[in-house]
Design a protein around this ligand. Structure first.
Ligand SMILES: NC(=O)c1ccc[n+]([C@@H]2O[C@H](COP(=O)([O-])OP(=O)(O)OC[C@H]3O[C@@H](n4cnc5c(N)ncnc54)[C@H](OP(=O)(O)O)[C@@H]3O)[C@@H](O)[C@H]2O)c1
Length: 300
């Protein structure tokens, strides 16, 4: 196997396999941080722009594995990762394999086992901030799996953004991935509804967004306080009872209907609050909705 190095004859630090939308940004971030970066993609032409920026091209997957102690893979799904790396998995021995492909906790556990069987340190990971922020400190990346692997490669992985290590179970990264995805969608769904509501009163989305953005620290402060309440299992009503919020939500539903906009989002909130009331939490604080959700649909 030919040893790959850049034009200054420096050995490669990291190999990126899969240069789609995300993989390309990952490779750019490693290059931007000054790491010698090897790249491989099924359609070789997608590596051209990166090579022009200083990346080293690997002609085969095997060459990409051999090139660097850290191998980052970013493909559509785990089956593709397995199909691609399975036949050359001996080349993973002594490497740290970081998998930024989206998947399930079961996928991650199975991949960690296969990596361990081939003598590789394994980190499952998830890119939480889309592609545009990759390489900036505010881009969140979560990782879980081998603590040693994270310790060894933390500095390189920090080139991607805010690299957060969650713990030794490889399943934690996909669990956080889906949980944070749901959190962002919950926040955005609320935002999209509110933009439609104020839009019906001729308010520009950007004017509303400026006020909404200033309100967000209050929301995040509630998350911190309510997390504590959920842990304690006690729900003081300082932020209003479930019953009070249910009545207020009725106003949001009615106002939305009167303005001629959809009520999908407040209907969802209303159904959660009604379920909490039915579960005996009418006089509890609103964080008790978390306890209602945790019980599942059938058990209220
Ligand atoms: N894009 C995002 O904003 C984002 C954010 C977070 C997480 N993710 C996750 O990151 C992963 C990649 O997403 P992406 O948006 O970068 O995807 P993408 O732009 O569609 O790129 C897919 C990549 O996979 C390669 N590929 C597909 N099938 C292959 C096969 N059979 N053998 C070898 N290579 C194959 C493609 O190669 P070719 O160029 O040859 O087709 C391409 O490099 C997904 O799991 C996604 O959920 C993406």
């Amino acid at each position: 196997m030919t040893v790959l190095e850049n034009e200054n004859h420096e050995p490669s630090t990291v190999s990126v396999i899969g240069l789609g939308q995300l993989g390309t940004r990952l490779a750019q971030a490693f290059l931007g941080a000054g790491h010698v970066t090897t790249v491989w993609n099924r359609s070789a032409a997608k590596a051209d722009a990166l090579v022009a920026q200083g990346a080293v091209r690997a002609d085969t997957v095997e060459a990409a594995l051999a090139a660097s102690p850290l191998v980052v893979v970013c493909l559509p799904d785990y089956a593709t990762v397995e199909d691609l790396l399975g036949p050359v998995a001996d080349g993973l021995r002594g490497r740290v394999l970081v998998n930024l492909t989206s998947g399930t906790p079961q996928d991650a556990a199975a991949m960690a086992d296969r990596a361990a069987a081939h003598g590789a340190g394994y980190l499952d990971g998830a890119a939480m901030s889309g592609t545009r922020l990759v390489g900036r400190p505010e881009a969140l990346f979560v990782f879980s799996g081998s603590r040693d692997a994270f310790g060894t490669q933390q500095e390189v992985l920090a080139s991607l953004g805010n690299a957060v290590y969650l713990g030794t179970s490889p399943t934690l990264a996909p669990v956080y991935d889906t949980a944070l995805f749901g959190l962002v969608w919950g926040a955005l769904a609320g935002f999209y509804h509110s933009v439609a509501l104020v839009g019906a009163a001729d308010v520009d989305p950007t004017a509303f967004a400026a006020v909404a953005q200033g309100h967000m620290p209050f929301v995040t402060s509630l998350m911190v306080e309510h997390a504590r309440q959920i842990e304690d299992g006690g729900f003081p009503d300082d932020d209003g009872t479930v019953e009070v919020h249910r009545a207020a939500m009725e106003h949001l539903v009615h106002t939305s209907r009167a303005q001629g906009i959809g009520t999908d989002v407040p209907d969802l909130f209303q159904s959660l609050l009604k379920r909490a009331v039915a579960g005996g939490h009418g006089q509890s604080g609103i964080a008790s909705v978390a306890a209602t959700i945790a019980k599942g649909e059938q058990n209220v």
